[in-house]
Ligand binder design. Structure first.
Ligand code: TA6
Length: 297
């Protein structure tokens, strides 16, 4: 399978399909500047994004499983069609499914592009009885990683969905890390029964487990470190909500695929559609965009 994918979608020195962890097919994306990204067909899961200077922008747990039916811990899990707990498995099924690589190319300005696709199947219809076609376009450039999800309804019934890029950013120390741009934004606190509050701080900092859904958040956010300055910037469109999460000590110990002290090296700043799920009529489609940029990459 890997050989066939390589012959069909490989691009010398830019796109290579190899055997990754757990012998799972992994796409290696390499930009002329030296930036690099790794994407598993499993979950269309970006597990690594390194800047031209080699700086690792994303966190990936050393304890992560790479097994069928399991979500990879770290990188950029894709949450669809449900965020959180509900009638489906938590965070939906897209992150646990094998996607298809359907396109690879170099753009005119030298960016590296791949498109992965997930459509409904007997197993998805068993738990979520709708026809859907979902694609995620991933574009790597020197300092940016652009993520463009799109979902269409080829069926003849209406469905609603939530969608989130559950991005795990790397940080040298969560205790010196803050998320900037959320002051004045309403959020639901998952640790207080989803009670609603308004963010009072320009810089959201971390001193304990933090799990908040910010509703209709600004389209531009920063992740900063007291000593290193801006770690990453986020620009989004048509993805109104933002989740900020760090498990801190207690939850880290309860997660079997997460090191007890790994909470120190990560912060999730997630972009998506949560509060007002998207409703697609037959023939309708939705598209969003999240641009992650390295300021010091
Ligand atoms: O996005 C935050 C969150 O919903 C937290 O409540 C925490 O459970 C996290 O997702 C990780 O969820 P997972 O199912 O990947 O362990």
């Amino acid at each position: 399978m890997i050989g066939k994918l390589q012959s069909e979608y490989g691009i010398e020195s830019a796109v290579n399909i190899v055997e990754g962890n757990g012998r799972m097919p992994m796409i290696c994306m390499d930009h002329g500047s030296g930036s690099h990204a790794e994407v598993y067909l499993h979950g269309a899961h970006v597990t690594a994004w390194n800047c031209a200077n080699g700086k690792a922008m994303l966190f990936l747990s050393k304890e992560s499983k790479f097994e069928p039916g399991c979500a990879i811990r770290g990188g950029i899990p894709i949450v669809f069609p449900q965020f959180g707990d509900g009638v489906l498995p938590k965070h939906g099924f897209a992150r646990n499914m094998d996607w298809m690589l359907v396109d690879s190319s170099l753009t005119d300005d030298g960016k590296v592009l791949v498109i992965l696709q997930l459509t409904d199947s007997q197993s998805t219809r068993k738990i979520w009885n709708h026809h859907f076609n979902m694609q995620t376009e991933i574009v790597l450039s020197d300092h940016d990683l652009l993520l463009k999800p799109s979902i269409s309804n080829p069926g003849d019934d209406i469905f609603t969905f939530q969608f989130v890029f559950h991005t795990y950013f790397s940080t040298p120390d969560i205790r010196k890390t803050s998320v900037t741009g959320l002051k004045g934004i309403k959020y639901k606190d998952a640790l207080k029964g989803m009670s609603e509050f308004v963010e009072q701080e320009e810089n959201v900092r971390f001193v304990a487990e933090t799990d908040r859904v910010y509703i209709n958040a600004p389209d531009s956010l920063l992740i900063e470190h007291d000593d290193e300055g801006i770690l990453a910037s986020i620009k989004k469109s048509n993805m109104p909500d933002v989740v900020v999460w760090n498990p801190w000590i207690g939850k880290s110990k309860r997660l079997s695929d997460f090191g007890d002290d790994e909470y120190l090296q990560m912060v999730c700043v997630e972009t998506g559609v949560i509060e007002s799920p998207i409703c697609l009529c037959p023939g309708d489609s939705w598209a969003g965009e999240t641009l992650l940029s390295a300021e010091n990459g």
